[in-house]
Design a protein around this ligand. Structure first.
Ligand SMILES: [Zn+2]
Length: 152
């Protein structure tokens, strides 16, 4: 896996790479159904009307993707922008303003403000973490996005 320490990394620019990156972090041992926790032989849906990365659970038959249960779920903002915003917010010791995010990521100020707000909240102890309450944390080098788990 590529290190998450440079804004040039593909997963900060390409949404397919962003999804693969997130899948690798969240599912190190293969996809897990968020509905029934099955780790069975889920298959990827490939229809033209299907969003990339959507799988169908081999047990409960419900569709899911890696963003279910995370702050990225149902967002219209591209996943690569989310990851880049989280990276910038985490890697800047002094913090970064929505205006800086807006200029660096090339998103609207409104989107930048939303990203900063949601990511900052997700990084607090009560925010549930970027990965949802059951999803653990995204570890990016020494930076944790989300909540540190006690023993795991
Ligand atoms: Zn399932």
């Amino acid at each position: 896996m590529l290190p998450m320490n440079s804004l040039n990394a593909p997963h900060f620019h390409d949404d397919a790479a962003a999804r693969k990156y997130l899948e690798g972090v969240r599912w190190p041992n293969g996809p897990v159904c968020p509905h029934c926790k099955s780790t069975g032989e889920h298959y990827e849906l490939t229809g033209k009307s299907t969003r990339p990365g959507v799988r169908k659970c081999s047990d409960c038959r419900k569709p899911f993707s890696v963003t279910v249960g995370t702050v990225f779920e149902r967002s219209k903002i591209p996943l690569s922008k989310w990851l880049a915003a989280a990276f910038l917010l985490c890697s800047s010791k002094k913090g970064i303003s929505a205006h800086q995010l807006h200029r660096t990521l090339g998103v609207t100020y409104k989107t930048a403000w939303f990203l900063a707000h949601r990511i900052r909240f997700a990084m607090t102890d009560t925010g549930g973490g970027l990965m949802g309450s059951g999803g653990g944390a995204v570890e990016a080098d020494e930076t944790y996005i989300g909540r540190k788990k006690g023993s795991t």
